[in-house]
Design a protein around this ligand. Sequence first.
Ligand code: BGC
Length: 741
Amino acid sequence: MLAHAAKHDEAVEKILSQMTLEEKVGQMAQVTVDIMKDRNTWKLSDSLMRKGIVDYKIGSLLNTWNNSAPELIEWYETLKTVQSYTQQTRLKIPLVFGIDAIHGANYINKTTLFPQQIGQAATFNRALVRRAGEITAYETRAASLPWTFSPVLDLGIDVRWPRLWETFGEDPYLASALGVEITKGYQGNDPQNIGKFNVMACAKHFLGYSAPVSGKDRTPAIISDNVLREYHLPSFQAAVEAGIGSVMVNSGLINGIPVHASHYYLTDLLKNELNFKGVIVTDWMDIENLYKRDRFAVSSKDAVRLAINAGIDMAMIPYNYDFCDHLIELVNEGAVPMSRIDDAVRRILKMKFELNLFERPYENPANYPLFGSQEFRKAAYETAVESMTLLKNENNILPLASNKKILVTGPNANSMRSLNGGWSYSWLGDKTEQYAGEYNTILEAVRKNAGEKNVIYSPGVAWIEKGKYWEEKEISIKAAVRAARKADYILLCVGENSYTEKPGDTHDLALSDLQIALAKALQATGKPVILVLNQGRPRIINRIDEKSKAILMSYLPGNFGGDAIADVIFGKQNPSGKLPYTYPKYPHSHVNYWHKYSEEQTRAEGMYNYESDYSPLYEFGHGLSYTTFEYSNLKLSKTKIIENETLEVSVDVRNTGKRDGKEAVLLYLSDLYASLAPDMKRLKGFEKIELKAGETKTVKFKITKTGMSFVNIDSKTIVEPGNFEIKIGNLKAGFELTPNP
Ligand code: BGC
């Protein structure tokens, strides 16, 4: 590894020493490939490529063109051509092409689409998440694309936020652990020498992007430094320690400061304190936004000055070359130091060496025989199955016998679009039906399981596909009710249509009125309703959950989601997913599971009697199985430890039911008293195990100083002597951390 680094450094310095200011600035510029293509034919244009690649000497391109998912061969031809234009430049530095490949290589036709990150988190299965990363990397690189803008390491703490489903959920430990797995899957074992089946990853969006006060995308957040470090930083820190090659910046403001202009967040914290040696790239148009949106900079040029001096290495411009003109002027005027430019260009050149782009600027798709293979599809299906989270199963109504009559209904019953969510073939996922015809919707998969003759389909309500993501219409609730009378069971598939980012903002977290009306009308028939939730964030279902006999949360399970849902409903698969966030019961009562004690006050004595109402519908970590597990024998290696000692914890888990099953064993730690009011409990370990019926396994965890620490009000990570409690399943055990002798 060291050998690679030294070799790269030498090569980088050699190139850098020959570069003019214009060439350096060009390397820092990234534009969308759209502006290299003729808008009528979507063919690459000689004059547009000459302008960008040869004249402006730009170093990077991004995105698909025409908001679509081209074939592998079209990607190959595009990359081969754009890279050939770099040969007409003096230094012949290859372009690095970045793409959002976030649940599979979602901008390439016939790729393997996995569940979105939130579903991957629900598996609590490190190996599956790593595999998803590896396969995504393979298929992305098959299209000559060496750099993915993934993973999202923002914490999914606000269920209103339209990108909740792009995260690994609300817990910092889980997001850190899975962030590391997917990063290793993407980048392979040596981040300094990323081979032809791997890609460079990009941790986004640094930092605090997921916590805007309004719950709406790209709106301001108010986050104190200690809170930022306690909850939002760990996943990024873990990825940096795992060698992630790039980081993308939060498009929003924290405490009134745009993160793109924050020297503190980008340079002091990320580059200096975390020692991040890779490339910091902006988000879409976010230098321009400092001026045009946030009015933080007084002109476009001032915005460039602020962002580059704050620590940005590459600008995702993405539609023009003004950035280059401004930056050249700023350096010539002395407003941006050359040392800052050199730092940025060193990082970008190093990235290109790490990706071996000088030797192989594009790849031959023929060398990727596993693209879209059965082997990859199986992995995506297995991940979808393990993401399925059974929230409720009254009287063990599930699994269903396959010879009963079933009504399949609801707007998501026959939709590939809702199964995949945003970033699927197009940005908002609205073109999915054009591409994903060969996969099974829930309806199609249920028909395969139960036989055509046993399935009645009557959607009741449908999305208006060309409308906003939330626009829907009634087809006929009456017809669905009539159909229900002929059925033994009702499979009601509700939730959301696909969206992301700003267009995915919501004013109302409740499930839509039409879907509620459909559910109520169906429940009134007295036939058992099985609710399948297919949604990017937890829509409020408190008017229909009680009368639903079973509730299966499927998140956004991808192209094999229909099969996974049906196979769980009919018992071919045993569900083992657990919620990676807390599902609120009421729209104004969303509290994360790790909240402070004051969220759960019991009745106080005296005049002012009150109690607080912590009332999630389902807490983080909830998820049922078709079998049962019993926890026993919780053992700690010691009951008193000092700071640098490691506590060993073990617990026995037994499958007490009749079916084989998988269980995510979650370890929570509570610091009982602390100088910053402690959280009630925090996840500090998890292990997914498989148990045959009747089998027992012992699961072991280690708790170190890091696990027992917290960030105090002065932003220092500390451990305090005192009592702690460990909780696993329904068991508890205490230990004391004593001062160092
Ligand atoms: C999103 C990023 C994405 C980028 C490039 C932005 O609008 O916020 O997550 O990587 O676009 O497509």
